[in-house]
Design a binder for this molecule. Sequence first.
Ligand code: NAD
Ligand code: MG
Length: 385
Amino acid sequence: DGRPTPGADGLRASTTLTVSAASRTYPIHFGDGLLGDPASYAPYITGDKCLIVTNTTVGPLYAERVVAALTALGKAVSVLALPDGEEYKDMERLNTILDRAMELRLDRKSTLLALGGGVVGDITGFAASVYVRGVPFVQLPTTLLAVVDSAVGGKTAVNHRLGKNMIGAFYQPRAVLVDATVLATLDDRQLAAGIAEVVKYGLIRDLPLLGWLEANMEALTARQPGALEHAMLASCANKAAVVAADETEGGVRATLNLGHTFGHAIEAAMGYGTWLHGEAVAAGMVMATEMSKRLGWLPAAADDPPGEAGAAAVKRVEALLARAGLPVRPPPSMTLETFMTYMSVDKKVESGVLKLVLLEGVGSAVVTAAYDKEVLYDTIMYYQR
Ligand code: NAD
Ligand code: MG
């Protein structure tokens, strides 16, 4: 029923959220030690063969416990460790997964399991969507970003040289199993990148979450279990609600891309992996807020300087992201031309018009192409100083 079960240490031992997408309804189970427990997997594995896709960093740390749990269920289990990095989320590594699936003679009932961060989750999900026109897959997210964002909602993809996530499919997992104990080995920079997506939910639709982050950012960056758990549950609840309303991004789901059009341009232009996705999104969210202010879309507040409606909101966003150790402006090397080149191949371009996610206030996002282009150019150039 989604109510937490108190554990011996007073923390929540297990919680379940439900994602009711149009194409499939599935659970997100949270629980310490879930990854090593055969019972976590039992309801979601139908055939007798499983392929765990991971990478060379996460595999050595956590694959063994997943293999043991699945083996205990009587499954034939294989592990494929891809090289680690955003630059390997590509067609070549997609083929590596499909080659292994063919060699193992996986069939329609075989299950792929994605053990890793968003890179492994996105590419494994895409492989699951195309292998024999679709096999079941389970998300085992191991980064904060993957827990709060990429493992939930069924967007799967690989990158193209000219643009992020340009080749992919909407394909929902059978389940998402979150074992937060694995976040202990994540480095601080990666943790902060995940926090950027948590802040995003606050900015687009959840003012209580934003307020909670402002009160608890240091607890979160210090990985206090209760703080991590609140951030994960609140984020997944937001993501699930948005995906339930709009699985394939015909409308409200696009608001989840706040900061992402600017961010994707930064990631691609700097070379995938140079700026982390969450870092680029953080700078992108500041840019989107600044642009909203310049458009006059942010309401005036008591703490705005005279004649600068929305200036306090921009400062508020910058201050919160900075407390997480995230960048609050794009790299100085990125010119207007570079931004426009990469933004023009973004998926949000429809018939040559670039839609952007902008704010009508902190906590309220709009997706629109009805903005003054000069303001977009001015905003980008403002950060080149
Ligand atoms: P990532 O998958 O590259 O993981 C970050 C790093 O942490 C990697 O080096 C990884 O090996 C390592 N790592 C993972 N788990 C670890 C652990 N428990 N301990 C130690 N190291 C660990 O990056 P990410 O931030 O998880 O995901 C970013 C990707 O997600 C991007 O490709 C982005 O486009 C995608 N994404 C997708 C969606 C979606 O809806 N599908 C949403 C947001 C982001
Ligand atoms: Mg994202």
